[in-house]
Design a protein around this ligand. Structure first.
Ligand SMILES: *Cc1c(COP(=O)(O)O)cnc(C)c1O
Length: 411
Protein backbone atom coordinates (compact mmCIF):
# COMPACT_ATOMS: atom_id res chain seq x y z
CA UNK A 1 0.00 0.00 0.00
CA UNK A 2 1.20 3.46 -0.82
CA UNK A 3 0.82 6.55 1.25
CA UNK A 4 -2.65 8.15 1.00
CA UNK A 5 -3.06 10.24 -2.12
CA UNK A 6 -0.36 8.39 -4.06
CA UNK A 7 -1.02 6.15 -7.02
CA UNK A 8 2.23 4.28 -7.52
CA UNK A 9 4.77 7.08 -7.64
CA UNK A 10 2.20 9.68 -8.81
CA UNK A 11 -0.07 12.12 -7.00
CA UNK A 12 0.71 13.47 -3.55
CA UNK A 13 0.06 16.91 -2.16
CA UNK A 14 2.72 19.53 -2.79
CA UNK A 15 1.12 22.58 -1.24
CA UNK A 16 2.33 25.66 0.64
CA UNK A 17 2.50 25.27 4.43
CA UNK A 18 -0.27 27.82 4.89
CA UNK A 19 -2.81 25.62 3.05
CA UNK A 20 -2.07 22.42 4.99
CA UNK A 21 -4.82 22.97 7.57
CA UNK A 22 -7.37 23.75 4.82
CA UNK A 23 -6.48 20.56 2.96
CA UNK A 24 -6.66 18.53 6.19
CA UNK A 25 -10.14 19.92 6.78
CA UNK A 26 -11.17 19.04 3.22
CA UNK A 27 -9.79 15.49 3.45
CA UNK A 28 -11.65 14.96 6.74
CA UNK A 29 -14.92 16.30 5.30
CA UNK A 30 -14.54 14.14 2.19
CA UNK A 31 -13.80 10.98 4.21
CA UNK A 32 -16.77 11.69 6.41
CA UNK A 33 -19.10 12.20 3.42
CA UNK A 34 -17.75 9.08 1.71
CA UNK A 35 -18.51 6.98 4.77
CA UNK A 36 -22.06 8.33 4.96
CA UNK A 37 -24.48 6.51 2.61
CA UNK A 38 -26.96 9.38 3.00
CA UNK A 39 -24.48 11.72 1.35
CA UNK A 40 -24.22 9.63 -1.83
CA UNK A 41 -28.00 9.20 -1.82
CA UNK A 42 -28.54 12.98 -1.63
CA UNK A 43 -26.00 13.39 -4.44
CA UNK A 44 -27.86 10.91 -6.65
CA UNK A 45 -31.17 12.59 -5.89
CA UNK A 46 -29.79 16.02 -6.73
CA UNK A 47 -28.35 14.78 -10.02
CA UNK A 48 -31.57 13.00 -10.91
CA UNK A 49 -33.63 16.06 -10.21
CA UNK A 50 -31.30 18.71 -11.64
CA UNK A 51 -29.08 17.03 -14.23
CA UNK A 52 -30.96 14.20 -16.01
CA UNK A 53 -29.27 11.31 -14.19
CA UNK A 54 -29.15 8.48 -14.92
CA UNK A 55 -28.07 9.55 -18.39
CA UNK A 56 -29.02 7.02 -21.10
CA UNK A 57 -26.78 4.54 -22.85
CA UNK A 58 -27.68 4.83 -26.53
CA UNK A 59 -27.22 1.99 -29.03
CA UNK A 60 -25.65 3.56 -32.13
CA UNK A 61 -27.30 1.29 -34.66
CA UNK A 62 -26.33 3.27 -37.75
CA UNK A 63 -22.68 3.63 -36.81
CA UNK A 64 -22.61 -0.08 -35.98
CA UNK A 65 -23.96 -0.84 -39.49
CA UNK A 66 -21.53 1.62 -41.04
CA UNK A 67 -18.42 0.01 -39.54
CA UNK A 68 -19.76 -3.55 -39.73
CA UNK A 69 -17.93 -4.72 -36.60
CA UNK A 70 -18.60 -4.33 -32.89
CA UNK A 71 -21.94 -3.09 -31.55
CA UNK A 72 -21.37 0.52 -30.54
CA UNK A 73 -23.02 2.02 -27.43
CA UNK A 74 -22.69 5.66 -26.38
CA UNK A 75 -22.92 6.89 -22.76
CA UNK A 76 -24.76 10.19 -22.88
CA UNK A 77 -22.97 12.56 -20.50
CA UNK A 78 -23.84 15.31 -23.00
CA UNK A 79 -27.35 15.28 -21.53
CA UNK A 80 -26.18 16.65 -18.18
CA UNK A 81 -27.22 20.16 -17.24
CA UNK A 82 -24.61 22.61 -18.69
CA UNK A 83 -23.84 20.03 -21.35
CA UNK A 84 -21.10 17.79 -19.97
CA UNK A 85 -19.94 15.44 -17.22
CA UNK A 86 -18.45 18.46 -15.42
CA UNK A 87 -21.81 18.89 -13.64
CA UNK A 88 -21.22 15.61 -11.74
CA UNK A 89 -18.11 17.02 -10.09
CA UNK A 90 -19.24 20.57 -9.34
CA UNK A 91 -22.64 19.59 -7.92
CA UNK A 92 -20.97 16.95 -5.74
CA UNK A 93 -18.45 19.44 -4.40
CA UNK A 94 -21.32 21.91 -3.86
CA UNK A 95 -23.04 19.40 -1.56
CA UNK A 96 -19.77 18.88 0.27
CA UNK A 97 -19.37 22.66 0.72
CA UNK A 98 -22.81 22.85 2.26
CA UNK A 99 -21.82 20.11 4.68
CA UNK A 100 -18.64 22.05 5.54
CA UNK A 101 -20.56 25.30 6.05
CA UNK A 102 -18.67 27.19 3.34
CA UNK A 103 -20.51 29.75 1.25
CA UNK A 104 -18.00 31.12 -1.23
CA UNK A 105 -16.65 29.13 -4.17
CA UNK A 106 -13.66 29.85 -6.39
CA UNK A 107 -12.71 28.07 -9.59
CA UNK A 108 -10.14 28.16 -12.35
CA UNK A 109 -11.23 27.83 -15.95
CA UNK A 110 -9.51 27.65 -19.33
CA UNK A 111 -12.13 27.32 -22.05
CA UNK A 112 -14.82 28.36 -19.60
CA UNK A 113 -16.86 25.12 -19.38
CA UNK A 114 -15.79 24.39 -15.81
CA UNK A 115 -16.33 28.06 -14.93
CA UNK A 116 -19.90 27.91 -16.23
CA UNK A 117 -20.52 24.65 -14.34
CA UNK A 118 -19.09 26.13 -11.11
CA UNK A 119 -21.12 29.35 -11.51
CA UNK A 120 -24.25 27.25 -12.10
CA UNK A 121 -23.59 25.27 -8.92
CA UNK A 122 -23.04 28.51 -6.96
CA UNK A 123 -26.31 29.97 -8.27
CA UNK A 124 -28.22 26.84 -7.33
CA UNK A 125 -26.74 26.64 -3.79
CA UNK A 126 -26.75 30.41 -3.17
CA UNK A 127 -22.95 30.65 -2.85
CA UNK A 128 -20.94 33.63 -4.03
CA UNK A 129 -18.54 32.71 -6.82
CA UNK A 130 -15.29 34.01 -8.27
CA UNK A 131 -13.84 32.45 -11.42
CA UNK A 132 -10.20 32.99 -12.37
CA UNK A 133 -9.53 32.96 -16.08
CA UNK A 134 -6.45 33.98 -18.07
CA UNK A 135 -6.90 37.30 -19.85
CA UNK A 136 -6.34 35.61 -23.23
CA UNK A 137 -9.03 33.02 -22.50
CA UNK A 138 -11.47 35.74 -21.35
CA UNK A 139 -11.05 37.39 -24.74
CA UNK A 140 -11.48 34.21 -26.83
CA UNK A 141 -14.27 32.56 -24.76
CA UNK A 142 -16.76 35.43 -24.55
CA UNK A 143 -19.93 33.27 -24.69
CA UNK A 144 -18.88 31.36 -21.55
CA UNK A 145 -17.84 34.59 -19.78
CA UNK A 146 -21.27 36.00 -20.67
CA UNK A 147 -23.04 33.06 -18.97
CA UNK A 148 -20.77 33.04 -15.92
CA UNK A 149 -21.58 36.71 -15.34
CA UNK A 150 -25.31 36.19 -15.88
CA UNK A 151 -25.14 33.35 -13.32
CA UNK A 152 -23.80 35.85 -10.82
CA UNK A 153 -20.10 34.94 -10.82
CA UNK A 154 -17.31 37.47 -10.78
CA UNK A 155 -14.90 36.61 -13.60
CA UNK A 156 -11.36 37.79 -12.85
CA UNK A 157 -9.13 38.16 -15.91
CA UNK A 158 -5.65 37.04 -14.84
CA UNK A 159 -2.92 39.24 -16.30
CA UNK A 160 0.04 37.38 -14.73
CA UNK A 161 2.41 35.11 -16.69
CA UNK A 162 1.20 33.75 -20.01
CA UNK A 163 -2.40 34.72 -19.12
CA UNK A 164 -3.89 31.24 -19.68
CA UNK A 165 -5.16 28.30 -17.59
CA UNK A 166 -2.07 27.61 -15.50
CA UNK A 167 -1.86 31.28 -14.45
CA UNK A 168 -5.55 31.14 -13.50
CA UNK A 169 -4.81 28.09 -11.29
CA UNK A 170 -2.03 30.01 -9.51
CA UNK A 171 -4.37 32.96 -8.86
CA UNK A 172 -7.10 30.67 -7.53
CA UNK A 173 -4.62 29.18 -5.02
CA UNK A 174 -3.52 32.69 -4.03
CA UNK A 175 -7.14 33.64 -3.35
CA UNK A 176 -7.67 30.46 -1.30
CA UNK A 177 -4.66 31.22 0.91
CA UNK A 178 -6.22 34.54 1.97
CA UNK A 179 -9.84 33.30 2.29
CA UNK A 180 -9.58 29.80 3.71
CA UNK A 181 -12.31 30.11 6.32
CA UNK A 182 -15.35 30.61 4.13
CA UNK A 183 -14.04 29.59 0.69
CA UNK A 184 -13.83 26.29 -1.17
CA UNK A 185 -11.75 25.85 -4.31
CA UNK A 186 -13.70 23.63 -6.69
CA UNK A 187 -11.04 22.08 -8.91
CA UNK A 188 -12.36 20.97 -12.29
CA UNK A 189 -10.70 17.64 -13.01
CA UNK A 190 -9.00 14.61 -11.48
CA UNK A 191 -5.69 16.46 -11.04
CA UNK A 192 -4.08 18.70 -8.42
CA UNK A 193 -3.11 17.89 -4.83
CA UNK A 194 -4.78 15.14 -2.80
CA UNK A 195 -7.76 14.77 -2.23
CA UNK A 196 -8.85 16.29 -5.57
CA UNK A 197 -7.92 13.39 -7.90
CA UNK A 198 -9.69 10.91 -5.62
CA UNK A 199 -12.63 13.19 -4.81
CA UNK A 200 -13.36 14.27 -8.39
CA UNK A 201 -13.07 10.63 -9.55
CA UNK A 202 -15.45 9.56 -6.81
CA UNK A 203 -18.16 11.97 -7.92
CA UNK A 204 -17.60 10.99 -11.55
CA UNK A 205 -17.81 7.27 -10.72
CA UNK A 206 -21.58 7.61 -11.06
CA UNK A 207 -20.98 7.47 -14.85
CA UNK A 208 -19.29 4.05 -14.74
CA UNK A 209 -21.75 2.61 -12.22
CA UNK A 210 -24.65 3.47 -14.49
CA UNK A 211 -22.88 2.42 -17.69
CA UNK A 212 -22.01 -1.04 -16.32
CA UNK A 213 -25.59 -1.69 -15.23
CA UNK A 214 -27.02 -0.33 -18.50
CA UNK A 215 -24.76 -2.27 -20.85
CA UNK A 216 -25.52 -5.55 -19.04
CA UNK A 217 -29.23 -4.79 -19.28
CA UNK A 218 -29.28 -3.60 -22.88
CA UNK A 219 -26.54 -5.62 -24.59
CA UNK A 220 -26.64 -8.61 -22.27
CA UNK A 221 -22.87 -8.58 -21.82
CA UNK A 222 -19.97 -6.56 -20.54
CA UNK A 223 -18.25 -4.51 -23.23
CA UNK A 224 -15.01 -5.66 -24.78
CA UNK A 225 -13.64 -2.10 -24.71
CA UNK A 226 -14.55 1.27 -23.19
CA UNK A 227 -13.28 4.51 -24.76
CA UNK A 228 -12.99 7.96 -23.16
CA UNK A 229 -11.16 11.17 -24.05
CA UNK A 230 -8.52 12.41 -21.61
CA UNK A 231 -7.93 16.04 -20.71
CA UNK A 232 -7.29 16.12 -16.97
CA UNK A 233 -8.87 12.68 -16.83
CA UNK A 234 -12.16 13.09 -14.95
CA UNK A 235 -14.65 11.71 -17.49
CA UNK A 236 -12.28 8.83 -18.25
CA UNK A 237 -11.88 8.01 -14.55
CA UNK A 238 -15.65 8.30 -14.20
CA UNK A 239 -16.52 5.64 -16.76
CA UNK A 240 -13.41 3.44 -16.28
CA UNK A 241 -14.16 2.94 -12.57
CA UNK A 242 -17.26 0.96 -13.48
CA UNK A 243 -15.13 -1.63 -15.27
CA UNK A 244 -11.76 -1.65 -13.47
CA UNK A 245 -12.33 -5.05 -11.89
CA UNK A 246 -13.78 -6.62 -15.04
CA UNK A 247 -12.14 -8.22 -18.04
CA UNK A 248 -12.77 -5.05 -20.09
CA UNK A 249 -10.12 -3.13 -22.04
CA UNK A 250 -9.99 0.56 -21.11
CA UNK A 251 -8.78 3.03 -23.71
CA UNK A 252 -7.94 6.69 -23.03
CA UNK A 253 -7.69 9.02 -26.02
CA UNK A 254 -5.63 12.21 -25.87
CA UNK A 255 -5.32 15.24 -28.11
CA UNK A 256 -3.02 14.52 -31.04
CA UNK A 257 -3.45 18.14 -32.20
CA UNK A 258 -1.59 18.83 -35.43
CA UNK A 259 0.02 15.38 -35.27
CA UNK A 260 2.36 13.78 -32.74
CA UNK A 261 5.40 14.48 -34.89
CA UNK A 262 4.57 18.21 -35.02
CA UNK A 263 5.04 18.57 -31.26
CA UNK A 264 1.79 20.59 -31.25
CA UNK A 265 -0.41 18.25 -29.22
CA UNK A 266 -1.41 17.43 -25.66
CA UNK A 267 -0.61 13.69 -25.66
CA UNK A 268 1.06 12.98 -22.33
CA UNK A 269 0.36 9.28 -21.90
CA UNK A 270 0.02 8.17 -25.54
CA UNK A 271 3.58 9.33 -26.29
CA UNK A 272 6.94 9.34 -24.52
CA UNK A 273 7.10 13.14 -24.86
CA UNK A 274 6.03 13.83 -21.28
CA UNK A 275 8.25 13.38 -18.24
CA UNK A 276 7.53 13.01 -14.54
CA UNK A 277 7.58 16.20 -12.53
CA UNK A 278 5.88 18.11 -9.75
CA UNK A 279 3.76 21.15 -10.62
CA UNK A 280 0.44 22.65 -9.57
CA UNK A 281 0.59 20.67 -6.33
CA UNK A 282 0.97 17.10 -7.62
CA UNK A 283 3.32 14.66 -9.32
CA UNK A 284 2.51 13.27 -12.75
CA UNK A 285 3.62 13.24 -16.40
CA UNK A 286 3.93 16.79 -17.71
CA UNK A 287 4.75 18.02 -21.20
CA UNK A 288 7.80 20.04 -20.18
CA UNK A 289 11.24 20.91 -21.47
CA UNK A 290 14.52 19.76 -19.90
CA UNK A 291 14.45 22.69 -17.45
CA UNK A 292 10.97 21.80 -16.22
CA UNK A 293 9.36 24.69 -18.15
CA UNK A 294 5.87 23.71 -19.26
CA UNK A 295 5.57 23.31 -23.02
CA UNK A 296 2.78 24.88 -25.03
CA UNK A 297 0.12 22.36 -25.91
CA UNK A 298 -2.40 22.43 -28.74
CA UNK A 299 -5.78 20.88 -29.43
CA UNK A 300 -8.87 21.84 -31.39
CA UNK A 301 -10.68 20.83 -28.18
CA UNK A 302 -9.98 23.39 -25.45
CA UNK A 303 -10.90 20.90 -22.72
CA UNK A 304 -8.04 18.56 -23.69
CA UNK A 305 -5.43 21.31 -24.04
CA UNK A 306 -3.54 20.74 -20.76
CA UNK A 307 0.10 19.95 -19.84
CA UNK A 308 -0.57 17.56 -16.93
CA UNK A 309 -2.82 14.53 -16.45
CA UNK A 310 -4.53 12.68 -13.62
CA UNK A 311 -1.98 10.88 -11.41
CA UNK A 312 -4.45 7.98 -11.19
CA UNK A 313 -4.43 7.55 -14.97
CA UNK A 314 -0.64 7.94 -15.05
CA UNK A 315 -0.44 4.98 -12.69
CA UNK A 316 -3.02 2.95 -14.62
CA UNK A 317 -0.83 3.37 -17.67
CA UNK A 318 2.27 2.21 -15.78
CA UNK A 319 0.44 -0.87 -14.51
CA UNK A 320 -0.88 -1.59 -18.02
CA UNK A 321 -4.53 -1.44 -16.97
CA UNK A 322 -5.38 1.44 -19.32
CA UNK A 323 -4.11 1.78 -22.88
CA UNK A 324 -3.66 5.24 -24.45
CA UNK A 325 -4.01 6.57 -28.00
CA UNK A 326 -4.17 9.98 -29.65
CA UNK A 327 -6.46 11.53 -32.27
CA UNK A 328 -5.51 14.51 -34.45
CA UNK A 329 -7.67 17.62 -34.89
CA UNK A 330 -8.50 16.55 -38.42
CA UNK A 331 -9.55 13.01 -37.44
CA UNK A 332 -11.67 14.50 -34.68
CA UNK A 333 -13.58 16.79 -37.03
CA UNK A 334 -14.21 13.85 -39.42
CA UNK A 335 -15.48 11.59 -36.62
CA UNK A 336 -17.74 14.37 -35.39
CA UNK A 337 -19.18 14.97 -38.86
CA UNK A 338 -19.88 11.24 -39.28
CA UNK A 339 -21.56 10.93 -35.88
CA UNK A 340 -23.80 13.95 -36.52
CA UNK A 341 -24.88 12.56 -39.91
CA UNK A 342 -25.31 8.92 -38.88
CA UNK A 343 -26.85 9.26 -35.43
CA UNK A 344 -28.05 12.85 -35.06
CA UNK A 345 -25.77 13.13 -32.05
CA UNK A 346 -23.41 16.09 -31.65
CA UNK A 347 -20.45 15.11 -29.48
CA UNK A 348 -18.23 17.83 -28.04
CA UNK A 349 -14.88 18.15 -29.82
CA UNK A 350 -13.31 16.65 -26.70
CA UNK A 351 -15.58 13.60 -26.77
CA UNK A 352 -15.01 13.12 -30.50
CA UNK A 353 -11.43 12.05 -29.70
CA UNK A 354 -12.81 8.90 -28.07
CA UNK A 355 -15.00 8.30 -31.13
CA UNK A 356 -11.95 8.42 -33.44
CA UNK A 357 -10.21 5.56 -31.66
CA UNK A 358 -13.42 3.53 -31.32
CA UNK A 359 -14.05 3.95 -35.07
CA UNK A 360 -10.49 2.80 -35.85
CA UNK A 361 -10.98 -0.39 -33.87
CA UNK A 362 -14.68 -1.26 -34.34
CA UNK A 363 -14.34 -2.80 -37.85
CA UNK A 364 -11.84 -5.42 -36.62
CA UNK A 365 -14.20 -6.68 -33.91
CA UNK A 366 -17.24 -8.93 -34.44
CA UNK A 367 -20.96 -8.30 -33.96
CA UNK A 368 -20.72 -10.35 -30.74
CA UNK A 369 -18.45 -7.69 -29.28
CA UNK A 370 -19.79 -4.59 -27.57
CA UNK A 371 -17.90 -1.33 -27.19
CA UNK A 372 -18.88 1.72 -25.15
CA UNK A 373 -17.86 5.30 -25.94
CA UNK A 374 -18.22 8.01 -23.32
CA UNK A 375 -19.79 11.07 -24.94
CA UNK A 376 -18.49 13.43 -22.25
CA UNK A 377 -20.29 16.51 -23.57
CA UNK A 378 -22.36 18.05 -26.30
CA UNK A 379 -20.88 19.91 -29.24
CA UNK A 380 -23.59 22.40 -30.09
CA UNK A 381 -22.13 24.72 -27.44
CA UNK A 382 -18.85 24.61 -29.45
CA UNK A 383 -20.51 26.15 -32.52
CA UNK A 384 -17.85 28.85 -32.95
CA UNK A 385 -15.01 26.32 -33.00
CA UNK A 386 -16.86 23.63 -34.93
CA UNK A 387 -18.08 26.06 -37.60
CA UNK A 388 -14.45 27.20 -37.98
CA UNK A 389 -13.26 23.59 -38.14
CA UNK A 390 -15.84 22.83 -40.86
CA UNK A 391 -14.84 26.10 -42.52
CA UNK A 392 -18.51 26.93 -43.07
CA UNK A 393 -18.85 30.01 -45.33
CA UNK A 394 -22.46 30.89 -44.40
CA UNK A 395 -21.57 30.90 -40.71
CA UNK A 396 -18.71 33.32 -41.39
CA UNK A 397 -21.07 35.55 -43.34
CA UNK A 398 -23.53 35.48 -40.44
CA UNK A 399 -20.77 36.65 -38.04
CA UNK A 400 -19.70 39.42 -40.48
CA UNK A 401 -23.30 40.63 -40.81
CA UNK A 402 -23.70 40.61 -37.05
CA UNK A 403 -20.48 42.64 -36.65
CA UNK A 404 -21.68 45.17 -39.22
CA UNK A 405 -24.98 45.52 -37.37
CA UNK A 406 -23.10 46.33 -34.16
CA UNK A 407 -20.86 48.80 -36.01
CA UNK A 408 -23.94 50.57 -37.35
CA UNK A 409 -25.48 50.66 -33.85
CA UNK A 410 -22.31 52.25 -32.46
CA UNK A 411 -22.36 55.10 -34.97
C1 LIG B 1 -13.63 19.55 -19.80
C2 LIG B 1 -14.05 18.51 -20.73
C3 LIG B 1 -13.26 17.36 -20.99
C4 LIG B 1 -11.90 17.16 -20.41
O1 LIG B 1 -11.85 16.97 -19.03
P1 LIG B 1 -11.60 15.58 -18.33
O2 LIG B 1 -11.32 15.96 -16.92
O3 LIG B 1 -10.42 14.91 -18.98
O4 LIG B 1 -12.82 14.77 -18.47
C5 LIG B 1 -13.76 16.39 -21.84
N1 LIG B 1 -14.96 16.54 -22.46
C6 LIG B 1 -15.74 17.62 -22.25
C7 LIG B 1 -17.04 17.72 -22.97
C8 LIG B 1 -15.32 18.65 -21.39
O5 LIG B 1 -16.10 19.72 -21.21
Amino acid sequence: MHERGYYGPFGGSYIPEILVATFDELVAAFDDAKADPDFWRSYEQLMQNYSCRPTPLTYAENLTEHFGGARIYIKREDLNHTGAHKANNVMGQGLLMKRMGKHRVIAETGAGQHGVAAATMAARFGFSCTVYMGEIDVARQRPNVFWMERLGAEVVAVTEGTRILKDAINEAFRDWVSNMDDTHYVLGTACGPHPFPEMVSWFQSVVGQEARRQVLEQAGALPKRVYACVGGGSNAMGIFQGFLDDDVELVGVEAGGRGLASGEHAARLATDDATVGVAQGYKTFFLQDDDGQMRETHSVAAGLDYVGVSPILANLRETGRVRFAAATDKEVVDALALTVRKEGLIPALESAHAFVQAFREAPDLSRDDVIVINQSGRGDKDIFTIADAFDDPSWKQFIRDKAEEYEADAE
